[in-house]
Write a protein that binds this ligand. Sequence first.
Ligand SMILES: Nc1ncnc2c1ncn2[C@@H]1O[C@H](COP(=O)(O)OP(=O)(O)OP(=O)(O)O)[C@@H](O)[C@H]1O
Length: 641
Amino acid sequence: MSELMERIRPTKGDKASRSAARLASGRPPRLRDSLQRTWFWWALLVAAGVVFPVLSDSTYIYFLAGGIGVYCLVGVGMNLLYGLGGQVSLGQGAIVAVGSYTAGIALVHGELDMWTALVIATVVGAVTGILMGLPSLRLSTWYFALTTLAFGELVLGLVEYFSEYTGGTNGLVGIFVDLTSGELYWVIVAANVVGLALYFTFVNSRLGRGLIAIKEGGEAGTVSGVRTISIKVIVFAISGAYAGAAGALFAYEQQVIAPDQFTTNFSIFFIVIIVAGGYGRWLGPVIGALAFFAVPELLTDLNEWRMVIYGAALLLFMAFAPNGIMGALEALWARVRGRTPKDAAGPGSRSSGEAGYDEDLEVSASAAKAERLASLLRSAEAPDGSTDIGRLTVDDVAVSFGGVKALQGVSMTLDSGKIYGLVGPNGSGKTTLLNVITGIYKPSTGSVHLHGELLTGVAPSKLAALGIARTFQTPRLLKDLSVWENVMLGGYTAEKSSSLEVLLRIGRARKESRRLGARAYELLDVLGLAEHAGTRAGDLPHGLQRMLEIARALMVQPRLLLLDEPAAGLSADELQVLDQLVRNLGGGGVTVLLVEHHIGWVRELCEHVTVLDQGKVVTAGDPETVFVDPRVRETYLGVLG
Ligand SMILES: Nc1ncnc2c1ncn2[C@@H]1O[C@H](COP(=O)(O)OP(=O)(O)OP(=O)(O)O)[C@@H](O)[C@H]1O
């Protein structure tokens, strides 16, 4: 290579500093080795496909491409609902029907223009989506799927009942729009561009992270304050709006609509295209619609063999490409790059991380870092603007699991800004007590108060907004999301902009997300994770997963932090960083409750220690007194010298 080329080529150091600058400005990291890094080439390929009908200048090709566009639009909405949200809807076709009939009736009977009819169909689709989605707030996935199926039948029944307007089984005829097939095609393309833009904004916002946390169903979202109901309603509205708009465009293309176009098969077809295309990936619906709509159409000359080929292809896909076409390509990409495909983790994965991770992590607990951390925590304004969380009191709490008395008459008081230790042998009830404080378990007797207000019975998802954060004995992370996204999830309640502002990237939304992004970077940097910001969380070694969970908890801007065995599995260097961190938290006015088996560390760090054994408090007080207590020495026989 010439000397000039050597000079031009960015060095590894340049790349690292560019990446750090990008993160410091609050922008998300580039994902490591992900197929998504090749998005530009995919976008180019899609753009080439989009202009193809223009080159062919055939009405039939325009019609076919318009059809793909309509399916694709519904698919993009379904991708949010199912691909990211895990909600199986077998009624999406029914919403398309609602959009089609709304626009058709508006045009034929209401004599409105096509644009007004399109807007009305979109709004009606959104409202219908919300109505159809309401049962999902109470029902499990498959029961919900059944209700959507029934919803589809209901819509078809209504179409026949109101035959005066809908034309009943004969269909609604005369839906003419004043556009050529080419012009209508471009309207469909524009709708898809808007749809995809909104999809990307959603996915890369707190809403997208929240939706994935809801789908994962673990505590990661709950303790970060993710509001399940509002996110689900928004997703049903968006996917309904897409289906409603697609329905109107479908009616404009077909000019005649009838109930037999909107059978259950029609709804199932949308599931097929996103599953076959690759759900949770933006290209999934595009590729799926192309493969499962256009290809069979183009094979019409093969007559009866057409559906056999179609069915066989579908079976082969299910057997050999369970993550769809895009999933298979990602796996291939990973293999070509000599990496393990990260897709095995399942649907909804949006990032693909780095394997072959450098275990010899250099963790520096330098004074400069400690100072930065202290200032970061000081600058963290508490969610309600105050700095003092007040006293937490646990009164006479009891919890039983069948015959096991996990906690019996446990009382404890935590004053703000102090570091407390909670120790005891395995099974003594430490985690159960944290679960009671954070609302995950409801005690059979007793109560928890914060600053005089009853905390018992408050939903765990509301605690983040009160400034309470926690970590778990086994880190609860969104393993398929990047390290950066996991930390950002912790900032969920700190974002004050409305969902509409977030979706349209207007008002304070953009500024706010940059500010939180910059804070996420600072936390990652201080905790030695910055260089892994774009790595899939599940690929981090155990110690760093713990640090990541702590970073997420700190994004909550807690004033009460509950840490469940944070030192387990940490290296000496990592423990040093953690020690510095907890000291700074205490110094910064944050109350810390540390559950830990590392007795030496608890002794040095905590101002007050409570010892549990068999669900009861053995003793509590300053560590020097507690650890010389004969009852504690008996409990910890052999551990205390
Ligand atoms: N969800 C549950 N269902 C049934 N039993 C449970 C449940 N959670 C905890 N327990 C039981 O309650 C007791 C206390 O468990 P807990 O996890 O609180 O102890 P711990 O002190 O945190 O233990 P470790 O140090 O091993 O984490 C144990 O006997 C445990 O088996």
